[in-house]
Design a protein around this ligand. Structure first.
Ligand code: GLN
Length: 238
């Protein structure tokens, strides 16, 4: 009897990790405007608006957890968070670790340089120092395609921007809308013409969590049909 009770309690601790049933925990990296960023000390953005709709659909309260981008998949895999929403691109490698929702954003990868940079075309970056955010598709892309480049992988885009401004790095490869926001805040920087590749964003759940995935997909489809995602993008790009 006692043994059984101990096992049940241990199991509850392992599964629940002290989690509140009324909360839906979303994990993100809040340095990615307009999708997730801090405004007056609060995390806001497109993914947060969507997350709130998902929570509403489930009758739960959304809790947003801000961690390093390269830890997001593990946080979801381990069940510490219910889902991940971080402008995360759908890739085959990631699909081996987590399940993705339907696509909800199409994003281009662009190059950010100093305005006075001698980099004039996309082709010029191939043997330069390139900054990326650790664990992103840009990180994978430049490592695979630019063998002669030096790659600096930072935890935060802001750190990458500081490196480029200080001349420690020549450019950043990153998603277009976050690049536009970064350039707005940093007068010395600009975006080069052209795109390197195109990505599609999905939200992630632990493999096999079909119930939550179905709800996420239902909400995403409704928001896409109602043009809400575009509205959120405009709202958070101002
Ligand atoms: N879309 C890119 C990726 O999934 C970058 C996302 C991000 O930095 N938040 O890798």
């Amino acid at each position: 009897m006692l043994k059984k009770l101990v096992i049940v309690v241990l199991a509850l601790l392992l599964v629940g990790c002290g989690r509140n049933e009324n909360e839906l925990v979303m994990v993100t990296e809040a340095g990615f405007a307009p999708y997730e960023f801090y405004e007056n000390g609060e995390i806001v953005g497109v993914d947060i608006e969507i997350g709130k709709e998902i929570a509403k659909e489930l009758g739960k309260e959304l809790v947003v957890k801000d961690i390093a981008f390269d830890f997001i998949i593990n946080e979801v895999k381990s069940g510490k968070a219910d889902f991940g929403a971080a402008g995360m691109s759908i890739t085959d490698e990631r699909k081996e670790e987590v399940d993705f929702s339907i696509e909800y954003v199409v994003s281009n990868q662009v190059v950010v340089v100093r305005k006075d940079s001698d980099i004039k075309t996309l082709d010029d970056i191939k043997d330069k120092t390139i900054s990326v955010q650790l664990g992103t598709t840009a990180d994978m892309y430049v490592n695979e395609n630019y063998k002669d480049a030096k790659v600096i992988a930072q935890k935060k885009y802001l750190a990458a921007a500081e490196d480029v401004k200080a001349g420690k790095s020549d450019c950043i490869v990153m998603d277009q809308l976050p690049a536009q926001e970064l350039v707005k805040e940093n007068d010395e920087l600009k975006i080069l013409d052209g795109i390197l590749f195109t990505d599609k964003y999905g939200m992630i759940v632990k493999k096999g969590n079909q119930e939550l995935l179905d709800t996420i997909n239902k909400v995403l489809q409704r928001l896409i049909d109602e043009n809400k995602i575009e509205e959120y993008v405009i709202k958070y790009s101002e």
